[in-house]
Write a protein that binds this ligand. Structure first.
Ligand code: CA
Ligand code: CA
Ligand code: CA
Length: 178
C-alpha cells in the first residue's frame, strides 16, 4: 500500500510522463518525452548516449507493461506499479538506471555534476519551469557545494522511489507536494 505522501510524489512523476496530459501514459507520451529530452541535449540515433538511453527507457516501459498488462497506464496502475517497486528491490533495479540516465543527460558540459543552470533546463523539459529549479536546487544539493553529483542523485532517487519521509528532499524531484 502506498502512503498519501508516496501517492503525491509519484503522481508528479506520472504527470511528467503524461506529456500530452490525457491522464494515461502510453507509447506516444514516451516518444514525446524522448524527443524533448534529445532535442534539448542535441543527440540523436547513432549517438552512444542516445542508444543507451533508449535501451533504459524501453526496459522501463516494458516493466510497466508487464505489471499493468496494458499499453495504456492510468494513475491507479502507476501508483500500484511504484508501490511494487518500493517493496521489491529487484524491481527497483529497473527504475534506478532511468534516474541515472536522466541525470547523465543533464550534465550538459560533462563535468560529472549538475549545476543550477543545467537543472533549470531539466525542469523546463519536465514542465516545472525554471522558478521551480531555483526554489529547490539548494535542497537537492545535499552538501551545499552548488552542484548535484551522481551520489547525491542516488540518495534522492532512493528517497523518491522507496522512502516515505515527509522531510526528504528527494520527494521534490519531480515537482512540489501540494
Ligand atoms: Ca498521455
Ligand atoms: Ca555539469
Ligand atoms: Ca552537492
Amino acid at each position: 500500500m502506498a502512503s498519501e505522501l508516496q501517492k503525491k510524489k509519484w503522481a508528479n512523476m506520472f504527470n511528467m510522463f503524461d506529456v500530452n496530459g490525457d491522464g494515461k501514459i502510453e507509447q506516444a507520451d514516451f516518444e514525446l518525452f524522448h524527443t524533448r529530452l534529445y532535442e534539448m541535449r542535441g543527440i540523436g540515433p547513432g549517438d552512444a548516449q542516445f542508444d543507451d538511453l533508449n535501451g533504459r527507457f524501453a526496459g522501463f516501459a516494458q516493466a510497466l507493461q508487464q505489471v499493468t498488462q496494458s499499453d495504456s497506464v492510468g494513475m491507479d496502475d502507476w501508483i500500484s506499479f511504484l508501490s511494487g517497486v518500493a517493496n521489491a528491490p529487484q524491481k527497483y533495479q529497473i527504475v534506478r538506471p532511468i534516474s541515472e540516465a536522466i541525470f547523465g543527460l543533464w550534465d550538459l558540459n560533462g563535468d560529472g555534476h549538475v549545476s543550477l543552470s543545467e537543472y533549470r533546463k531539466l525542469c523546463t523539459v519536465m514542465r516545472l519551469g525554471e522558478e521551480y529549479a531555483d526554489q529547490i536546487f539548494t535542497k537537492l544539493d545535499l552538501n551545499q557545494d552548488q552542484r548535484i553529483t551522481v551520489d547525491e542523485l542516488i540518495t534522492l532517487s532512493d528517497e523518491f522511489f522507496v522512502g516515505d519521509d515527509p522531510a526528504a528532499p528527494g520527494n521534490l524531484f519531480f515537482g512540489p507536494l501540494n
